[in-house]
Design a binder for this molecule. Structure first.
Ligand code: UTP
Length: 293
């Protein structure tokens, strides 16, 4: 049973400067809700009971967001803003959230290693704090946990990407296909060029990992970009334990990239009944303006 989840949210977010100079990208709102709140809600909807968020020095807004704000609650009560009060209190009651600081941003692998004491010796879920998913029938993490319950081992959530995009992702090398979309892996290759990519199956920010990963992270040397890479440690773990990839059924948005953020805002705006009509009107107007140019 997977009951604990880790959400790393301590990165510098250099692709989104200057916004990320003082504001965590994980706090960027999609319409009116911070990205990390959607991720916490995905974890809860997937059966997770305890969440550890990995933060860094300038990410206090994340902790404030999930905490109570008694002053704001008092003001909303006084003004009889019941709906707003419910929104605010619901966020602070979402889950048992714990925090730890990653003191130096040495990479995703290092961030995950910071969770070792919290996780102990049980398998756990990992959700990257800037990867937002909308699962089709089930939350994407739940899809991975269901497969883990069937097969054990570790699971990497994957998405099929265009061949020309393999150099942006960790790409899986399958050894055998066990069922459609589910493969036992023999390796993972970090950001391969299309001509050497072993598949089009890209790792996309959702994992179920065996605690064995910590043993490999502890002595993992720095890899690409001088960072301690999670995929390098996963690759080494494959020599000891089974690691599977599973194509998740959902749409992914990379909030850490400008275009991913814009697409998420548009899609969520088109999906939410309260703003959808105005968003469509606005889009039509903008398209007409573009046509006239
Ligand atoms: P990214 O690779 O998107 O990291 O990390 P980044 O370094 O923040 O962004 P860029 O590439 O400079 O724009 C994926 C997730 O892992 C976290 C990030 O906060 C993000 O949610 N992370 C990354 C850490 O917690 N610590 C790190 O040292 C690196």
């Amino acid at each position: 049973m997977i009951k604990k989840a880790v959400i790393p949210a301590a990165g510098y977010g250099t692709r989104f400067l200057p916004a990320t100079k003082a504001l965590a990208k994980e706090m960027f709102p999609i319409i009116d809700t911070p990205t990390i709140q959607y991720i916490v809600e995905e974890a809860i909807a997937s059966g997770i009971e305890e969440i550890l968020i990995i933060v860094s020095a300038n990410k206090n807004a994340i902790m404030d967001h999930f905490d109570r704000n008694l002053e704001l609650e008092g003001i909303l009560k006084e003004k009889n803003k019941t709906e707003e009060l419910n929104i605010v209190t619901r966020v602070s009651n979402l889950a048992n959230i714990h925090y730890i600081r990653q003191k130096e941003q040495l990479g995703l692998g290092h961030a995950v290693l910071c969770a070792k004491a919290f996780i102990g010796n049980e398998p756990f879920a990992l959700l990257l704090g800037d990867d937002l998913y909308v699962g089709n029938e089930k939350p994407v993490l739940r899809q991975l946990i269901d497969k883990y319950d069937q097969y054990g081992g570790s699971f990497l959530g994957t998405l099929e990407v265009d061949l020309q995009d393999t150099s942006k992702y960790g790409i899986c090398k399958p050894e055998s296909v066990l069922e459609p979309g589910l493969s036992l892996l023999s390796s993972v290759v970090e950001k391969p060029k299309p001509e050497v990519a072993p598949s089009r199956s890209a790792i996309g920010g959702r994992y179920v990992l065996s605690p064995t990963i910590f043993k490999y992270l502890e002595n993992q040397e720095r890899g690409a970009g001088g960072e301690i890479q999670l995929t390098d440690a996963i690759k080494r773990m494959m020599t000891e334990e089974k690691v599977f990839s599973y194509d998740v059924d959902g749409k992914r948005y990379d909030i850490g990239s400008r275009i991913g953020y814009i697409e998420a805002t548009l899609d969520f705006g088109l999906k939410r009944d309260d703003v959808r009509p105005q968003v469509i009107e606005l889009l039509n107007k903008k398209l007409k303006e573009l046509d006239q140019k």
